[in-house]
Design a protein around this ligand. Sequence first.
Ligand code: FES
Length: 132
Amino acid sequence: MTSRGDASRKDVPAIDVSSIDITSVDAPFFDVCEESALRDDSAAAFQVAGRDLLLCRSGGQVFAIADRCTHAAWSLAGAEIADCEILCALHGARFDLRTGEATAHPATKPVRTFAVRIREGRVEVRATPPPR
Ligand code: FES
């Protein structure tokens, strides 16, 4: 007889959840800036709920990601952005702004993403304080 715990461990594949927005849907959205302040293919750094975030605009959409490359924790502020990807200036890793996925080495782990909404021309980001 197989225990329930053993069976479920074998059946569930390992997935990397580090980039998934696990912020509770009950978490508040924070007002960050005017949408018009963000130029296409650029990023601006903000602190939201005690987190260092980047608001990035590419392809007419606004994205929020953690301001830390997952390769060596370099700030992505001022990084080159094109086609919904951000390029880390230190060693050349790339991340998809839509999913956080690392799309070019040397980074292999995704960068965290945060929910964004636009309300009356203002960019709002859903975030909770980082764990202590
Ligand atoms: S710190 Fe970003 S690629 Fe190395």
